[in-house]
Write a protein that binds this ligand. Structure first.
Ligand SMILES: Nc1ncnc2c1ncn2[C@@H]1O[C@H](COP(=O)(O)OP(=O)(O)OP(=O)(O)O)[C@@H](O)[C@H]1O
Ligand code: SF4
Ligand SMILES: [Mg+2]
Length: 319
């Protein structure tokens, strides 16, 4: 049994202007000890999935499908069980973690909070565990007495990771954990994440718009477009879906100045979820679209070597 199994998950926000279908029928699984990366442009629904997994979405969000964590459906579990699951079975490092810490509470107290709330340690054991966690994320133990504004962005991100590790969860969801950091600090935090999940045998769902960051850490990658999964497969293989290829090519290669001068970015913007194009949602921007792509929807199909892709050209030898 997979540790996490999303089965036909949909998230729809109800706003005054109507329904916003942010996530549309996503199925994805993560095995114990596996790291899976979820990529896609801004607005593709990545954070909505992350928040749905721990039922952290606003009341305006309607959830459909199933999100099985260790066989239990998070979407239907009662609040008592959900509180027990949060932090201790699955925890989340939020997007924009720089603002995720309480500015008037010391770092040590913030890391201790989930341990005390879940009664996993006595106050004395908690302070030992906080020091242990700070060391694990590469911060000196005296930082427990610091306030968030006394730390750099990278150090604050390390604190968020320590909080996520505190209750020894089996799954960590990291939503853009390095996006706001400069390249050097980003590399350090990525190395830390890689090391911690391996040492602690934790599964990881890592979200980013940058496929190269995900490929660095994850065993498998999944790509979203307009709320749908358009491709999933091992991070070592080549992408098959035209959107995944364009997303991968949109980032300059470090050490190759030509790629920075001529980024092969994708023209146009992602569609408004309230006005999705018919057929394959990607067809207005797809460089290899066929006439039929504007009317015929495409489901994920086998694309070889453990990969699936939702493109009519996959398997036709032309993609
Ligand atoms: N509370 C909300 N109410 C209405 N619409 C929302 C809400 N939250 C998100 N959305 C919409 O749902 C879609 C998906 O948003 P989401 O934040 O999941 O995307 P994302 O892939 O995480 O984007 P980014 O890379 O910018 O973080 C977007 O169109 C967004 O405008
Ligand atoms: S189905 Fe058509 S429009 Fe969609 S990605 Fe494939 S070729 Fe492009
Ligand atoms: Mg997001």
């Amino acid at each position: 049994m997979a540790l996490l199994e999303l089965d036909d998950l949909s998230v729809t926000y109800r706003i005054a202007a109507g329904d916003v279908p942010a996530v549309r029928g996503v199925s994805l699984s993560i095995e114990a000890g596996e790291a899976v990366g979820l990529a896609g442009e801004s607005g593709s629904g990545k954070s909505s999935i992350a928040m749905a997994l721990l039922r952290l979405l606003p009341r305006s969000a309607r959830l459909e499908g199933r999100a099985l964590l260790n066989g239990e459906d998070v979407l239907t579990m009662n609040w008592g069980r959900l509180r027990a699951v949060r932090w201790s079975e699955a925890s989340i490092v939020f997007q924009g973690a720089q603002h995720g810490l309480n500015p008037v509470q010391r770092i040590g107290d913030q890391i201790a909070e989930p341990l005390l709330v879940h009664r996993l340690a006595s106050p004395a054991e908690t302070s030992v565990r906080v020091r242990e966690l700070l060391e694990q994320v590469g911060l000196p133990t005296w930082r427990a007495r610091s306030y968030p504004h006394e730390l750099s962005g990278g150090q604050r991100q390390r604190v968020m990771i320590a909080m996520a590790l505190a209750c020894s969860p089996r799954l960590i969801i990291a939503d853009e954990p390095t996006t706001a950091l400069d390249l050097m600090v980003q590399a350090q935090v990525l190395t830390l994440i890689r090391q911690l999940i391996a040492e602690n045998d934790i599964s990881l769902l890592m979200i980013s718009h940058d496929l190269s960051v995900l490929a660095d850490v994850c065993d498998r990658l999944a790509v979203m477009y307009a709320g749908r999964l358009v491709e999933a497969g091992p991070s070592a293989g080549d992408f098959q879906h035209p959107y995944s290829k364009a997303l991968a090519a949109a980032f300059p290669t470090v050490g190759d100045p030509r790629s920075r001068l001529a980024p092969r970015g994708l023209a146009g913007d992602p569609p408004d979820p309230q006005q999705l194009p018919g057929g394959c949602s990607f067809h207005p921007r797809c460089p290899v679209a066929l006439e039929s792509c504007s009317t015929a929807a495409v489901e994920l199909r086998p694309a070889g070597q453990g990969r699936t892709a939702a493109c009519v050209l996959v398997g036709a030898g032309t993609c």
